[in-house]
Design a protein around this ligand. Structure first.
Ligand code: E4E
Length: 375
């Protein structure tokens, strides 16, 4: 259940609260990505110290390895990974198209050879629902086709119509196998497709909402489309999604993109950038990304940042640069913790700004100060 707690007079930003079987999520929220049952290099207790309220898992990856038999025998994904707060699992559609080999897309679903050992597999709407029921995630995403970008209107339409037919099959599966609602019941989010076409996005939103899910994601974003298209798609779609349900922009984004999407009515975000870029030495700051491998930090003994996680305090830029250059594990851990702190506190500052009626000033400050070029 999603409660709308406050709205911003200067934009479509909202302050909300989403209740799930493993806990309450305050929105707007950033969700650290934990694809293979771990947020890379970060301990669950560190995630709690970062105030991570919900993390992501992935159906495709966990089904391929270690497999649902093992995770089921462990009692589900929470027990398996020792994480007792909410988990959202993506349905696997995106990863099948971005990772698997020799894919054959059919009406019933997708046949492919998995990316690890080439074993032939099949993933369709009902299979994706069954896997996520076994994982026991708090929020399960419907099985959809992430429409590639760019594409022609007719291709976007047929892809979006396939996503709607698959959504119907997910709906029927849920009604048959998980009819209970509330309490410990798994939530299911629909995913709106339609590429960069307003008519398709609006038709998909209307038909997805008519099937009645617990929340809605905007899919088909962060696939290479220009930022202005990303923002326009959010503007077209959010007004057609229920005010009293959560909206989730999948795979997004940079700090300014997140703030601009909050302003357009998005409540939930996931992005690999804070953890992925940490592994190549890039730390986020309010003034933009800072690549610590750069020679100019060789004798820079200032702290990583004035605004960082307690576990990252006491380490200089020069020291962290040394760790990254020598592939020392502590280097990627420190920057991962710092970047997750940056993204999670950005969301927390947005929540406070909406509550205090100063979101417009917060938005202007974040966007003006952040320079997309690495320092
Ligand atoms: C730009 O970074 C690359 O791109 C990914 C982020 N971008 C992204 N767009 C997505 C769209 C969808 C979708 O339409 N449907 C479903 N079910 N899941 C999705 C997951 C998505 N993730 C990162 O993984 C990274 O590789």
């Amino acid at each position: 259940m999603f409660e709308l707690l406050a709205t911003d007079p200067s934009s479509s930003a909202r302050r909300g609260r989403l209740t799930t079987p493993h806990g309450v999520i305050e929105t707007p929220i950033f969700m650290p990505v934990g694809t293979q049952a771990t947020v890379k290099a970060v301990h669950p207790q560190e995630l709690r110290s970062l105030d991570a309220q919900i993390i992501l898992g992935n159906t495709y990856h966990l089904w391929v390895r270690p497999g649902t038999e093992i995770i089921g025998a462990a009692g589900g994904l929470h027990k398996f990974m020792n994480w007792d707060r909410p988990i959202l699992t993506d349905s696997g559609g995106f990863q099948v198209f971005s990772l698997a080999k020799l894919r054959k897309l059919k009406e019933e679903g997708c046949y492919f050879n998995n990316h690890v050992d080439g074993t032939p597999m099949f993933l369709g709407p009902e299979t994706a629902m069954e896997i996520q029921a076994t994982l026991g995630s708090d929020i399960a995403m419907l099985f959809d086709e992430c429409t590639p970008w760019p594409c022609k209107h007719e291709d976007a339409r047929s892809s979006m119509e396939l996503t709607l037919r698959w959504a119907r099959r997910c709906r029927d599966w849920i009604d048959k196998h998980q009819p209970q609602t509330g309490g410990g019941a798994q939530l299911h989010f629909g995913i709106v497709q339609g590429s960069t076409f307003e008519d398709l996005r609006q038709r998909c939103a209307r038909e997805m909402v008519a099937m009645g899910f617990s929340g809605y994601a905007i899919g088909g974003l962060s696939v290479g489309e220009p930022e202005e298209d990303m923002m326009r798609i959010a503007e077209w779609t959010c007004p057609l999604l229920p005010q009293n349900q959560a909206r989730y922009a999948m795979g997004l984004g940079t700090p300014p993109q997140i703030v601009e999407l909050i302003a357009r009515g998005i409540d939930m975000f996931d992005c690999v950038l804070p953890t992925r870029l940490a592994r190549n030495g890039t730390a986020y700051t309010h003034d933009g990304p800072m690549n610590l491998r750069n020679n100019k930090f060789a004798k820079d003994f200032r702290p990583l940042s004035e605004d960082t996680h307690p576990l990252c305090q006491g380490f200089s830029r020069a020291y962290i640069r040394h760790l990254i250059n020598t592939q020392e594990v502590l280097g990627l851990r420190l920057i991962s913790l710092h970047n997750l702190h940056f993204y999670l506190s950005l969301a927390s500052r947005a929540r406070l700004a909406i509550e205090q009626g100063c979101f417009a000033e917060f938005r202007a400050e974040v966007v003006a100060r952040y320079q997309n070029r690495p320092e």
